[in-house]
Design a protein around this ligand. Sequence first.
Ligand SMILES: Cc1cc2nc3c(=O)[nH]c(=O)nc-3n(C[C@H](O)[C@H](O)[C@H](O)COP(=O)(O)OP(=O)(O)OC[C@H]3O[C@@H](n4cnc5c(N)ncnc54)[C@H](O)[C@@H]3O)c2cc1C
Length: 407
Amino acid sequence: MEQKGGVGGQWLYDPSTDAGNPLGVAGVHSSIYASLRINFPRITSGFSDFPFYPTINNGGGGDGRRYPGHGEILRYIRDFCDAFGLMDAVRLNTRVVHVSLAPRSDGDGDGSMRWTVRSCATAEQGEAEEATAEELFDAVVVAVGQFTQPRILSINGMDNCNESGKDLALEIGEVAMEVHISVRSMDDGAIGLGMRKAMSRHHNLHLHSQIDCLHEDGRVVFADGSGVVADAVIYCTGYDFSFPFLDTGGLVTVDDNHVGPLFEHTFPPALAPSLSFVGIPNKVVTPLFYEVQARWVAQVLSGRRSPPSPEEMTRSTEEYHRAREVAGVPKRRSHDIFDLEYCDEFGEKHCGFPRLEEWKKELLWSAFTRLRDNDRESFRDGDDYHDSELVRPGGLALAGMAHRRRR
Ligand SMILES: Cc1cc2nc3c(=O)[nH]c(=O)nc-3n(C[C@H](O)[C@H](O)[C@H](O)COP(=O)(O)OP(=O)(O)OC[C@H]3O[C@@H](n4cnc5c(N)ncnc54)[C@H](O)[C@@H]3O)c2cc1C
């Protein structure tokens, strides 16, 4: 069930994101902005069984660049759906408004759970929504993404500027007289070498410590006592998980962006396997990690694999989060998994998914270094790639193809 009129999720760019309610509560799902290009090369940004070749969609409009714009990802997702006949399984313009455990009936002798799902046909802008439908399902997979509910922090708790925030600051700097970037930590790890390189060329970009206070007349005071007068303040502080339709009777909660308890970020022990979540982990290789999660859920729901017992899932989940806590990972980063080894083990253990090829891992690391250290304004382009030898023969063909299309 998809509330929008098309697939693509975040990649279904909606221009009203840019012009609508600045806090993103105008009913626009996508947080993608007009100029957005991906952060990692296309060769690592596709599903395992459908290489992300440059699209030729209906004879025109493909974007063959190594780091294409958002329109190319949307075309890729649509092509993927067409290639596998997925649209037969998607109900468009259908918003899920309520999901709750159905009361057990006498016929539920097997002890399995059922879910009541209420949905409504999504209306065009300005029209009233149609009446809701209520259906009963054996299982619900929650896959609503995590980039819709903006994280509006109290200024003192401000987090570091995210990756898109850096891109936006540089872009806005081309038209604004001054851009002041405020970060919690001024060390290079937080702001990044690449951003410093780009900033050194632009005299209208200024870096500050975190904001101490915002005044109604536009004055912004930073922690070191300095200040500026700003016409606009943009929060680039991320998003919060939000499942407004989901009623689990308190068995799954969201606390400081920790969704839990979730065994391996996917199954709530008390409700598995009939309830699962796909797309919660952050800082993983996407969409590949979400594909692996989906494969695992599909294998479990079709009976080809059994999840561990609820007790074992609970024990393992508690152990995992305790270890993260001991390692000093803040709760709001509970689902950040910047660990290729964990991802490999996840796929291998839960659904027999092959480990990521070594050449792809090296490519990812080299792309990550590039994102962090190369000039922020040009890291996506340029002729200084040194990773050709990392790309397997099929990949080289892809690179060649991209080049030809561009010309
Ligand atoms: C600014 C920005 C930049 C990004 N850059 C990159 C990048 O460079 N590379 C990269 O790999 N990833 C990037 N991402 C992340 C990428 O967008 C996500 O990883 C991806 O979209 C996750 O897919 P998803 O299906 O889990 O969620 P989404 O894409 O958010 O899709 C969720 C879907 O659920 C639907 N939905 C939500 N609620 C309901 C409901 N109640 N009823 C029915 N349908 C509902 C939505 O309409 C949507 O179609 C970026 C994200 C943002 C916001």
